[in-house]
Ligand binder design. Structure first.
Ligand code: NAD
Length: 260
C-alpha cells in the first residue's frame, strides 16, 4: 500500500500519466496531477479519483518546458503535502519529420519537455526523498529510448537521454531507499499516438482501423496496443518494497518491439 505517500505525475491529465496516477491512487497515494486541459474536465478528474480511492488530489498546470514553473509546482506540492515521495516524469510530446525538415523550435520543445524537465523535477525531489530515505522516481521513456525510428530524431534523442539520466540518478542514489527507473512502452493508443494513426490514414488512404493495424504491424509483434492500466500496474510494482533492488532499469513493456 502507498497510503500516506504523495505522488506527482507530470502530464497526468491524459493518456499514460492518467493511467499511472489512477493506479497509484488505487494503492492509497495522494496525487498531484499536472498537465493541460479543460478546467471542468480536470476538476471532475480530481473529484472522481479522490472519492473513488479515498485520497487527496490536487492539480498544478506548470508548463514542464519552464524551470521556474517546475520550481513553483514543487513549492505548491511542499505546501500541500510536505513533499513528493513518488515522482513520475511522464509529460511528453511528439513531432514527426525528417531531420532536414525538422523545425528547430519543435526540437527545442521536445528536448525541454521530454528530457530537461526530468532533470529539474529530480533535482527538486531528491532532497525531501533523501531526508526520509524513501523515494521512487519513474521516468516514462519509450522503446525509442532503446532503439530509433526514422522521422523521430528529437523524440529518440530525448528518450535515449532520459534512459541515460535514469542510470546516473540510480547510481547516485544506489545506497539509499530511493530507486530510479525508466519504463519503455511500445505503442499505447493515447492522443499522442492517435495523431500518428490519423496522419498515416490520411497519407495512405486507410481507415482508422487499417491505419492502427499498419502502425502496429511495423513495430509491435503482438499486434496489440499496450494500455495505460498495464503501465500503471508496472509503476505500482516499481513503487513496492519488492522492487527495492530494481535500480537504473529501462524496462520495456512493448509487445515484443525491442526483442526483434
Ligand atoms: P498524451 O498526449 O495522451 O498525454 C500527454 C500529457 O502531457 C497530457 O496530460 C498533456 O497535457 C501533458 N503535457 C504536454 N505538454 C506539457 C507541458 N509542456 N507541461 C506539462 N504537461 C504537458 O501522451 P501519452 O501518450 O500519454 O504520453 C505520455 C508519456 O509516455 C510521454 O512521455 C510519451 O513520450 C510516453 N510514451 C508514449 C507512448 C505511446 O505510445 N503513447 C509510448 C512510449 C512512451
Amino acid at each position: 500500500t502507498l497510503a500516506g505517500k504523495t505522488a506527482l505525475v507530470t502530464g497526468s491529465t491524459s493518456g499514460i500519466g492518467l493511467g499511472i496516477a489512477q493506479a497509484l491512487a488505487a494503492q492509497g497515494a495522494n496525487i498531484v496531477f499536472n498537465g493541460f486541459g479543460n478546467a471542468d474536465d480536470i476538476a471532475r478528474l480530481l473529484d472522481t479519483t479522490a472519492s473513488q480511492y479515498g485520497v487527496q488530489t490536487v492539480h498544478n498546470n506548470a508548463d514542464m518546458s519552464k524551470s521556474a514553473e517546475i520550481e513553483a509546482l514543487f513549492a505548491f506540492a511542499a505546501e500541500t503535502f510536505g513533499g513528493i515521495d513518488i515522482l513520475v516524469n511522464n509529460a511528453g510530446i511528439q513531432f514527426v519529420a525528417n531531420v532536414d525538415d525538422f523545425p528547430p523550435e519543435k526540437w527545442d520543445a521536445i528536448i525541454a519537455i521530454n528530457l530537461t524537465s526530468a532533470f529539474h523535477t529530480t533535482r527538486l525531489a531528491l532532497p525531501y526523498m533523501k531526508g526520509r530515505n524513501w523515494g521512487r522516481i519513474i521516468n516514462l521513456a519509450s522503446t525509442h529510448g532503446l532503439v530509433g525510428s526514422a522521422g523521430k530524431s528529437a523524440y529518440v534523442a530525448a528518450k535515449h537521454g532520459l534512459v541515460g539520466f535514469t542510470k546516473v540518478s540510480a547510481l547516485e542514489t544506489a545506497q539509499t531507499g530511493i530507486t530510479v527507473n525508466a519504463i519503455c512502452p511500445g505503442f499505447v493508443l493515447t492522443p499522442l499516438v492517435q495523431k500518428q494513426v490519423d496522419d498515416r490514414a490520411a497519407k495512405e488512404g486507410l481507415s482508422n482501423d487499417e491505419s492502427k493495424r499498419a502502425l502496429l504491424a511495423d513495430k509491435q509483434p503482438s499486434g496489440d496496443f499496450v494500455t495505460p492500466e498495464q503501465l500503471g500496474a508496472l509503476a505500482v510494482f516499481l513503487c513496492s518494497d519488492a522492487a527495492i533492488q530494481v535500480r537504473g532499469a529501462a524496462w520495456n513493456m512493448d509487445g515484443g518491439w525491442v526483442a526483434q
